[in-house]
Ligand binder design. Structure first.
Ligand SMILES: [Zn+2]
Length: 88
């Protein structure tokens, strides 16, 4: 029963991001927890916006708060599109 819910959660997450519900349902049921996490991460990897480190120019996912290359602290951006906030 618990496996069913794991499969279901993975499937729902996959469905939200436009992937196959059935495939991820199977993954979630066979690999409980891992399947769900994988589905979530998979979604992030596809939809996560990216930004450039102002210090060294490395392209990083939005959720990274410290640059992996130069170690600069990155503030979490409140305005996703850089173009919209470019009037300063
Ligand atoms: Zn950097």
């Amino acid at each position: 029963m618990i496996l069913f819910f794991f499969g279901l959660s993975a499937g729902v997450v996959a469905k939200i991001k436009g992937s196959s519900f059935f495939i991820w349902f199977m993954i979630g049921a066979v690999l409980p927890m891992i399947g769900t996490i994988a589905a979530v991460l998979y979604r992030n990897e596809r939809e996560e916006e990216r930004r450039t480190c102002p210090e060294c120019g490395t392209v990083l996912p939005l959720y990274v708060q410290v640059c992996t290359r130069c170690g600069r602290d990155l503030e979490f951006p409140e305005d996703p599109p850089p173009e919209a906030a470019g009037t300063a």
